[in-house]
Design a protein around this ligand. Structure first.
Ligand SMILES: *Cc1c(COP(=O)(O)O)cnc(C)c1O
Length: 352
């Protein structure tokens, strides 16, 4: 091996998903697969999740949604929530993607593009993040318009949703109250949403009153824990980033991974990789190579773990992220798409 590779343990991924399904029931799990399934590779992740009975996939944009649709099979539902251009809407509608709608103009655009059948939409209420979503003071007007469009057969308001910060319980509680209020107002105006969803990983795993009908799990499904918190019980990192030893000197071991591969150069000097002899500090990070403190009998071609579940003393992705003030998923999505993704199904060693 002379190139770095990301090894995805599909058995671990599936065990994480099963654990999240168990906790969330009777609410369903939506598996978030934006950013090429958090860098893990969309198709394999979707297939693995579908095999665990996941019916909902969250894709962010049109292109990802269309790919997820193809991988997930005809019975699955794919949800995309970024505001799209006309051609993106057309592609998503054609593929049977459910659209998240956070503003009134976007609703009209969807109706113009979709001329055939009621397009399933989930209306998004802004519950305090102020990033996107229909503002509470506009909610009644947009809901009235949506009810009109539904009566005309242009759309079907299947869901109502929002996104919360999951940083403070107090803020989340206020957001939840605003969410429930929006659902009640929509129902009073004649909508009959059956898919209400609010929480992502942290609130969804920990707080049952945030689950409603569906929980949107990204990070935890991949075993990426929240910053400053331990992983939930029975959840573990599903990926290991391996880098090859390419040079061995008395003073240093050089490994074939660097900032161009997506390893943040700001990590230099502040973390340790997992080696055959345990944890060893990374001293420098160059564009394509990095320098590690040596260990006995280090040999060209052996691999070190840059992050992983900890078997060789390596840190998990969130621990690396914490060192540079970011979140674990950031490290995964920054990883170069040129790095090979390999999959372990766990049935036999080395099985793809
Ligand atoms: C990314 C994302 C999620 C998943 O968040 P995690 O914390 O990774 O579980 C859920 N909902 C929306 C709208 C997102 O953008």
């Amino acid at each position: 091996m002379t190139l770095p590779r990301l090894v995805v343990d599909l058995r671990r991924l599936r065990a994480n998903i099963r654990e999240l399904q168990r906790r969330s029931a009777p609410a369903e799990v939506m598996m978030i697969v934006k950013c090429d399934a958090y860098g893990h590779g969309l198709e394999r992740v979707v297939t693995a999740a579908a095999a665990e009975g996941v019916r909902w996939f969250g894709a962010f944009d049109s292109a990802t949604a269309v790919r997820a649709r193809a991988a997930a099979g005809p019975d699955a539902r794919v949800f995309a929530w970024v505001t799209m251009t006309r051609s993106e809407i057309a592609a998503a509608v054609r593929a049977g993607v459910t659209l998240g709608v956070g503003d009134a103009d976007y609703l009209e655009r969807i109706v113009e593009v979709n001329q055939r059948r009621p397009q399933p939409v989930h209306l998004k209420i802004d519950t305090g993040l102020h990033r996107s979503g229909i503002r509470p003071e506009q909610w009644t007007e947009v809901v009235r318009r949506a009810a009109e469009l539904e009566a005309a057969g242009a759309i079907r308001v299947e869901g109502i949703w929002s996104h919360i910060a999951e940083v403070s319980d107090r803020d989340d509680d206020l957001a939840r109250a605003a969410f429930r209020d929006a659902v009640q107002r929509a129902e009073a105006l004649g909508l009959t949403p059956t898919v209400r969803h609010l929480a992502a990983s942290a609130a969804g795993a920990a707080r049952s009153e945030f689950r409603f009908d569906l929980v949107r799990f990204g990070a935890f499904a991949y075993g990426i824990r929240s910053v400053g918190a331990p992983p939930p019980d029975d959840i573990a990192l599903a990926s290991t980033l391996l880098a090859p030893v390419i040079r061995v000197d008395a003073e240093a071991v050089t490994i074939g991974i660097g900032s161009l591969d997506g390893l943040p150069s700001t990590l230099a000097g502040c973390f340790e990789v997992g080696t055959a002899a345990g944890a060893r500090r990374v001293l420098r990070i160059g564009p394509t190579e990095s320098v590690v403190r040596p260990w006995p009998r280090a040999a060209i071609g052996e691999e070190v773990a840059v992050w992983g579940p900890g078997a060789r003393g390596e840190l998990d992705a969130t621990s690396l992220a914490e060192l540079i003030g970011t979140v674990g998923e950031e490290l995964l999505v920054r990883l170069s798409p040129l790095i090979t993704r390999e999959y372990r199904a766990g049935r036999r060693p080395g099985a793809g």
